[in-house]
Design a protein around this ligand. Structure first.
Ligand SMILES: Cc1cc2nc3c(=O)[nH]c(=O)nc-3n(C[C@H](O)[C@H](O)[C@H](O)COP(=O)(O)O)c2cc1C
Length: 348
């Protein structure tokens, strides 16, 4: 269940940074990535650090009319504000899912709210959709796109959520508001009804609620020139009858694809939250297989990918693309280049 056996310099850096609070470390690296992504020398440094060769990191995948520069994306929750986008292609990623974005700014849950369980290569979080709000995130994405520094086949997805204080009844309106500023900015959209950290959110994983939410987003996009596909992100706990109902109604939901899956709900360090990484076991793969058995729509498979072989397995079992988060934290900046070797047949 490990990544590359030799972590090199990252093994040393990781030992140091893991001495500090996980969220503080995240913000520290977020600032660095934002700065390094903003200038040509910084981007060169990122390529050197990560072993990324921009030309070699191109393994295009088409989904409908969209071309993704390679099948490995950075999952939602790492770049919630869209401030690190310019750095990401230079770290090897083919696309990023920005967010979750809430319509209005909100601080998220009380800290500490992000923890490591290094024995299991896992993270446990109860962030609770800390977001500067949709307007602010849209400004950041606009800036990244306008910079002219993004490879033209690097894709940006926008993951949408609702504010904590919004009732289930008013949720569709919130998703509509959240998508409003993203006209011309999103390559794809994700309806996130699967975070365990917003009370009541997961109860929206019903045919009726999903249909209403997707309808509200589509209504908001009526006058958009380009209408991005809408994917639905589910929790790994959605199985059995609940999943059957959703799959049976697939054609009426109005969705264009799936993101499978979010974190696994649990209780640790004095509160509720969600497990990612090794703690997910095979849940992400199982969900992919179950949905692929019934659906022909594109699937972005995420959750518990800690090895290159697992990337190959997910794609072989019907995923169109994969996403990673926790594995990247544990295995470091050279890990994406290592995963990409799955597409060149290189052994190391
Ligand atoms: C700290 C943290 C924050 C996250 N925030 C979000 C989020 O805002 N929206 C979302 O859809 N998923 C979020 N996720 C879930 C990830 O996108 C992904 O589904 C999950 O971590 C499983 O992938 P992994 O095992 O590769 O980490 C978050 C995960 C982590 C670890």
């Amino acid at each position: 269940m490990t990544g590359p056996s030799d972590l090199g310099f990252w093994g040393f850096v990781r030992g140091l940074v893991f001495l500090f609070d996980a969220e503080s470390v995240h913000h520290f690296f977020a600032k660095k990535l934002r700065f390094l992504g903003s200038n040509a020398f910084g981007r060169w440094c990122l390529r050197r650090i990560s072993g990324t060769n921009l030309a070699k990191a191109r393994h295009p995948v088409n989904i409908g009319t969209l071309t993704f520069r390679n099948p490995i994306g950075l999952a939602a929750g790492f770049d919630k504000e869209g401030t690190m986008i310019l750095a990401l292609p230079h770290l090897g990623f083919g696309y990023v899912e920005v967010g979750t974005v809430t319509p209005r700014p909100q601080p998220g849950n009380a800290k500490p709210r992000l923890f490591r369980d290094a024995d299991r290569f896992s993270l446990f979080n109860r962030m609770g959709f800390n977001s500067p709000g949709a307007e602010e995130v849209a400004k950041n994405v606009t800036q990244a796109r306008a910079s002219g520094c993004l490879p033209e086949d690097f894709r940006i997805g926008i993951n949408l959520g609702k504010n904590k204080t919004t009732s289930a009844e008013d949720a569709p309106a919130d998703y509509g508001l959240a998508v409003r500023p993203f006209d011309g900015l999103a390559d794809y959209l994700v309806v996130n009804v699967s975070s365990p950290n917003t009370p009541g959110l997961r109860e929206l994983q019903t045919v009726e609620s999903i249909t209403k939410i997707v309808g509200a987003i589509r209504a908001e996009m009526t006058n958009w020139k380009a209408k991005p596909p809408i994917y639905l992100k589910l929790a790994p706990e959605v199985r059995g009858e609940t999943l059957e109902h959703i799959l049976a109604a697939e054609k009426n939901l109005g969705i264009d694809g799936w993101v499978l899956t979010n974190t696994l709900g649990g209780y640790w360090k004095g509160g509720k939250g969600g497990w990612s990484g090794g703690a997910l076991g095979t849940l992400g793969r199982d969900c992919l297989e179950r949905v692929r058995g019934r659906s022909r729509l594109p699937i972005l498979s995420v959750g518990g990918i800690l090895e290159r072989r697992e990337v190959e397995t997910r794609l072989a079992r019907g995923a169109n693309l994969v996403q990673v988060y926790t594995g990247w934290i544990y295995f470091g900046p050279r890990w994406i280049a290592h995963l990409l070797k799955a597409f060149t047949g290189e052994k190391t």
